[in-house]
Ligand binder design. Structure first.
Ligand code: UD1
Ligand code: CA
Length: 454
């Protein structure tokens, strides 16, 4: 069998008014990735021939996101928002290559998977002109209802136009449709806007196809695959499903999640073998954790690479640009940003390490701060291998601490320290024998004087 060519059209021109947000709906994120990026990733996994994205006028940010995720996708602008069929026709130029299949996916249906899209295309190869993903949601309100007769799909009725009997139908439109390329344009051009909202509904493709004596079918799938997002409540529900899937995938990979329901992952989180993640850990975008590393409870990681056997937390914060070498240790209340911590180096307690490099096996004592920002610019701190930074030191960048150097506790280091040197940058301690008693006596005298004055 020859491979069928496929044009995928992603509709992203929605207003999304029910999101009550200045951000375009499809740019809202679940699992650290925009709704649009989830859809485009599923479409790419299907290896379609061409991808078109329909955006609203002035939605440059949406077009930019489409280009970032799918550089080969063509963007089309739907100038007036006149319905989903009208939106598809905004991408009419993309039909010129006469694809075998036309797949239409809504940008607000982010949980769709390539395997499900594949199932939707199957009936086209068998001669159907229209195939629709159907599901039975717990709450059907807001969705289009499917009117079926036997295994034939007769029509889709939008909720606004549905009668009471039609509203009672539990089988709903998942909002994802496949059209046979040979008939797609003819069907779309026949759709009118004679409905409550005076919109050109893509869903009317079913009735139009039936009128042309063509076949329409519904393929029933799980609700999770086709959840549409029109509100923040639905966004949160989709996030829960995405998290559930990511946790299951991590467990299947052999990651130990002590309390999976408390761990939040991103769609791009990567784990090696025998990784342990304790409860209440958040993985933002772009985190890689290598074999045998342990992420202790209540840690927050974004844009960080955790090396083999490294240990993070509890209560650690790894920000973008953090790279931990093998066996490195970042302990409680330590924040790291734009910093390389080489193999075996440690910062175990209460520190800020930003715009820095920490050499292999160096020890950064409790309370050490890299003072990287002077109010105008950021500067770098370089700590050599095997260096020892005494507790509560302030390293005022730009500054370099040589290999094996030793910084006395409580130092404020403003000048470079050569390799192997000892640096002390603090006030000298004064000790006065027996002076404690004299001090107390002076104090009580002062108190008595004050009282006699009252
Ligand atoms: C749509 C379906 C409904 C289905 C539901 C599934 C129609 C008419 N209705 O309803 O049957 O059950 O999805 O989630 O298709 N868009 C444009 N241009 C437009 C209108 C919409 O690009 O002129 C885009 C939106 O950005 C969105 C998608 O198309 O990504 C769907 O539009 P939306 O308004 O969310 O449709 P629903 O009312 O949810
Ligand atoms: Ca929707």
């Amino acid at each position: 069998m020859t491979r069928r060519t496929c044009l995928a059209i992603v509709l992203a021109a929605g207003e999304g008014t029910r999101m009550r947000s200045a951000l375009p709906k499809v740019l809202h994120a679940i699992a650290g990735r925009s709704l649009l990026a989830h859809v485009l990733t599923a479409v790419a996994d299907l290896s379609v021939t061409t991808t078109a994205v329909v955006v609203g006028p002035g939605q440059d940010a949406v077009a930019a996101e489409a280009r970032r995720v799918a550089p080969s996708a063509a963007c089309f602008v739907q100038h007036d928002r006149r319905g989903t069929a009208h939106a598809v026709l905004a991408a009419k130029a993309a039909f010129a290559r006469r694809p075998d299949d036309v797949l239409i996916v809504y940008g607000d249906t982010p949980l769709i998977r390539a395997a499900t899209l594949k199932r939707l295309r199957a009936p086209l190869a068998a001669g159907a002109a229209v195939a629709v993903l159907a599901f039975r949601p717990a709450d059907p309100s807001g969705y289009g209802r499917l009117i079926v007769a036997g295994d034939k799909l007769i029509a889709i009725r939008e909720e606004a136009d549905a009668s009471a009997t039609e509203k009672a139908i539990g089988l709903c439109n998942g909002g994802i449709m496949a059209l046979a390329g040979t008939h797609a344009l003819a069907i779309l051009q026949h759709i009118d806007n004679h409905n409550r909202k005076a919109e050109f509904y893509l869903t009317d493709a079913v009735e139009v196809a039936n009128g042309m004596k063509l076949n329409a079918v519904a393929i029933e799938v799980e609700e999770d695959d086709v959840r549409g997002i029109n509100s923040k409540g639905q966004l949160a529900e989709a996030e829960a499903v995405a998290q559930q899937r990511l946790r299951t995938a991590a467990l299947d990979l052999g990651v130990t999640l002590v309390a999976p329901e408390t761990v939040f992952l991103s769609a791009d989180t990567k784990f090696g073998k025998d990784v342990v993640v304790e409860p209440y850990v958040v993985f933002g975008e772009k985190v890689t954790v290598e074999d045998q590393a342990v992420i202790h409870a209540f840690s927050h990681l974004v844009g960080a690479h955790v090396g083999k056997g490294a240990s993070v937390g509890p209560f650690a914060r790894l920000r973008p640009g953090t790279r931990l070498g093998a066996g490195a240790r970042i302990g409680n209340f330590v924040e790291v940003k734009e910093a390389v911590i080489e193999a075996g180096a440690k910062a175990n307690h209460l520190s800020y390490i930003g715009d820095a490099s920490v050499g292999a096996n160096a020890n950064v004592g409790a309370g050490t701060i890299t003072c990287n920002y002077d109010g105008a610019e950021k500067h770098r701190t370089a700590i050599g291998k095997d260096a020892f930074i005494g507790s509560n030191s302030a390293l005022v960048a730009p500054v370099e601490i040589g290999a094996g150097a030793y910084i006395g506790s409580g130092s404020v280091i403003t000048e470079d320290v050569p390799a192997g040197a000892l640096a002390l940058g603090r006030g000298r301690q004064v000790v006065k024998d027996g002076a404690a008693a004299r001090l107390r006596a002076l104090r009580s005298l002062a108190k008595r004087k004050a009282r006699s004055r009252d």
